[in-house]
Design a protein. Sequence first.
Length: 344
Amino acid sequence: MAMPSGSRAAEPIPAHVHRRPVLQVLLWFTAAFGTIFAILNYRNGNYGIMAAEIVMGVFALSLLRIVRRTVHLQRWILVYLVPFFSVMMYALTTSLAAPTIFAWVLLIPILSHLLLGRWVGGAMAAFYMLVAGAIFFWKFGLDPGFGNARSVANVALASVCIFGFSYVYEVSRENAENQLRRMALTDPLTGLPNRARLGEVFDSEKARHLRSGTPLCLLMIDLDHFKQVNDRYGHDAGDAVLCFVADTLRERLRPSDLACRLGGEEFGIFLAETESRQARAVAEDLRGAIAAEPCRRADQAIDLSMSIGIAQLGPDGDDLETLFNAADQRLYQAKIGGRNQVVG
Ligand SMILES: Nc1nc2c(ncn2[C@@H]2O[C@H](COP(=O)(O)OP(=O)(O)OP(=O)(O)O)[C@@H](O)[C@H]2O)c(=O)[nH]1
């Protein structure tokens, strides 16, 4: 049986961890290049765009502190990217802007996809690239002195390619990240969620409990004398028993409950909208089902039993670690009380 210290809550697994450093680099670049371009535009007498660059540089520097810590990163990315791309569009329209300044437009799909993902980023990139294309044709489309149709087509095709590659890159990155998250949150043997997933679900369940007072119970389950199963039938049979128990939990619990394998022969269950009296009934049902039906494997029938400790969010603790400790102590009482029983 695991000791209480083994029940520490896992850290939630963050999504899109790359976005914060990408935004920070963009903010530093904006401040640095904004200063350089503002000086050049001052020398060229392009005061409107110079002022816009100074404002964006100062804005970027002031956001750096916020971006380091904020939990609303997506919001701040939008707060920054919309004016950033809009100032870029304004720079394209100014009479002193050279055609080569349009090269900066190629940054739009890359930054949008990296910072906002495939859907929002793709939509934002498409919008601003279309606006940039319209400005380009408005300024140079009818100008016979500016290149020829082939060079314009080259720029347009390069833009489409960069949009396509950054979109495909983002889609593959998101898929890989989702798969990694699934693996990080799943027990590979039983396919049940693991302790890290339990920690994630606890955060949202606790928020619901605080908002609307809905009760939540944690069951801690430990198979009895599981070492003897391994010793007598072999490790493969022990694995089969763990999968058998996982299947029993899946079959008997409601979809709103969450059964996890915490490690070894230990399982944890969150029973949503359940007080400890109802939780005891559920636990008794599970205990009885495991005790009544042996795990059959080839010509073996492996008799099982399990001990269960119950804790309720609120009366037994307000954070996951305390709740785990309370459930674990009751599980320990069930063990020393003779096993194959529920305490809660
Ligand atoms: N087959 C298999 N065995 C495992 C796995 N993880 C842990 N174990 C075994 O589970 C056993 C746990 O033994 P103990 O902690 O002594 O617990 P127990 O024999 O169930 O005794 P009580 O909990 O006191 O009833 C150990 O023999 C571990 O090697 C696993 O993934 N597969």
